[in-house]
Design a protein around this ligand. Structure first.
Ligand code: PHE
Length: 327
C-alpha cells in the first residue's frame, strides 16, 4: 500500500467542500474497502505479539481521523444536522401538472375501465363516410345542419370530426361483439359561446351484447358520472333525436353547488345516448336481430363545469395559470 496515514491528515486539512470530506471518509472508513476498516479487520491475521500494539495504534488513528473529519465538517458548515437552519424559507419548487381536461379524460378511462370498457381512439380528421354516412346521417339529412363543421381544404370529403361517434364505426369494423368501449377525444364544431367552443372534448361509449338495454345504459352512465363528479348529482333523461340511435335520449345534469348564479337548479345538457340504430349495426355487418346495445356521446367539459363550478367553458382554453393552478 503506497500511502501513509499522515497523507490523510493532509487531505483532511486541505479539503474545501463537504464532498471532498465524504470521499476521504469513504476511503478511510468505507465498509467494503475503507483503508482503516481493512486494516482493523487485518489485525486478527497478525502474529499474536503484534496484535495488541497494532490494535492500539489503529484505534488511535481511527479516533483522530473521526475527530478531524468532524471538525472539518463543522468548519465547512455543511453536512451536519446542526448546521441546517430548518426555519430558513427555501424557494418553493414549482411542479407542473396536467391540464384539467386531459386529467379528467384519464379519469374517465379509469372509471369506465374498471367497468370493463376497452379504451379506443380515432383520428380528428375524419371521412364524411364515417363521421356521417355510416352513422345513418346521409348527405341530405337535416341532422347535418346541427353539426355543420370544418371541411378540410384540398382533401375531398374530409372533416374535422364533429363528434367521437365515428369511433363507434371504426371499433365495430374491427371487433366482434360482445364488447364495450370508451373513446375520449377532441371534436370540432362551428359554434362558440359560454357553453360551446369550436373545439371541445367528448367521450363516446358503446356496449353491444345479446340483451343490452336502456336500463343498462342508465346504470352505467349514472354510476360512472357520479363517481367522476364525486358527488350525488341529479340527472334526468329526456327523449332526443340522433339518427344513429333509436330510441334516442339526452341526459342533463343539474347545476348544484356554490355557484351563486341564476343557473343554480337548472339543467345542463351532458350529451346524447340511446340504443344503437339497426341501420348502424347493418353498416358494419353486425346482425341487428342477434345483437343490440347502447351508445352515448358526452361532452368532457360539461361535467367538469358542474364538478368544479365553472360558469364559462372558455376558461378551460384561455391558458390563464391563475385559473388552471386551482385544480
Ligand atoms: N354524437 C352525438 C353528438 O355529438 C351524441 C351521441 C352519441 C348521441 C351517441 C347518441 C349516441 O351530439
Amino acid at each position: 500500500m503506497s500511502f501513509t496515514w499522515s497523507d490523510f491528515e493532509q487531505k483532511i486539512t486541505a479539503a474545501t467542500t463537504s464532498t471532498d470530506l465524504e470521499i476521504i471518509e469513504h476511503e478511510l472508513f468505507g465498509r467494503k474497502a475503507g483503508l482503516l476498516t481493512e486494516a482493523l479487520k487485518g489485525i486478527k491475521d497478525l502474529p499474536a505479539i503484534e496484535k495488541k500494539d497494532a490494535a492500539k495504534e489503529l484505534n488511535i488513528m481511527k479516533k483522530k481521523f473521526t475527530e478531524m473529519i468532524a471538525a472539518k465538517r463543522t468548519e465547512l458548515g455543511g453536512g451536519s444536522i446542526d448546521a441546517i437552519d430548518v426555519t430558513l424559507d427555501l424557494p418553493k419548487k414549482q411542479r407542473g401538472h396536467h391540464h384539467l381536461i386531459p386529467e379528467f379524460m384519464r379519469q374517465i378511462e379509469e372509471v369506465f375501465g374498471r367497468m370493463g370498457f376497452d379504451v379506443a381512439y380515432g383520428p380528428e380528421m375524419e371521412t364524411e363516410e364515417l363521421n356521417f354516412n355510416k352513422l345513418n346521417i346521409p348527405d341530405d339529412h337535416p341532422a347535418r345542419d346541427g353539426q355543420d363543421t370544418f371541411w378540410i381544404k384540398g382533401v375531398e370529403n374530409t372533416v374535422l370530426r364533429t363528434h367521437t361517434s365515428p369511433v363507434q364505426i371504426r371499433y365495430m369494423q374491427e371487433h366482434k361483439p360482445p364488447f364495450r368501449m370508451i373513446c375520449p377525444g377532441k371534436v370540432y364544431r362551428k359554434d362558440s359561446d359560454a357553453t360551446h367552443s369550436p373545439m371541445f372534448h367528448q367521450f363516446e361509449g358503446l356496449m353491444i351484447g345479446k340483451d343490452i338495454n336502456l336500463a343498462n345504459l342508465k346504470a352505467v352512465l349514472v354510476t360512472a358520472l357520479r363517481e367522476l363528479i364525486g358527488r350525488d348529482v341529479e340527472f334526468r333523461f329526456r327523449t332526443g333525436y340522433f339518427p344513429f340511435v333509436e330510441p334516442g335520449m339526452e341526459m342533463d345534469m343539474m347545476w348544484q353547488g356554490d355557484l351563486e348564479d341564476s343557473r343554480e337548479g337548472k339543467w345542463l345538457e351532458m350529451g346524447g345516448c340511446g340504443m344503437v340504430h339497426p341501420n348502424v349495426l347493418r353498416n358494419v355487418d353486425i346482425d341487428p336481430d342477434e345483437w343490440q346495445g347502447f351508445a352515448f356521446g358526452f361532452g368532457v367539459e360539461r361535467p367538469m363545469m358542474i364538478k368544479h363550478q365553472i360558469p364559462d367553458l372558455r376558461a378551460f382554453y384561455e391558458g390563464d395559470l391563475r385559473f388552471l393552478r386551482q385544480f
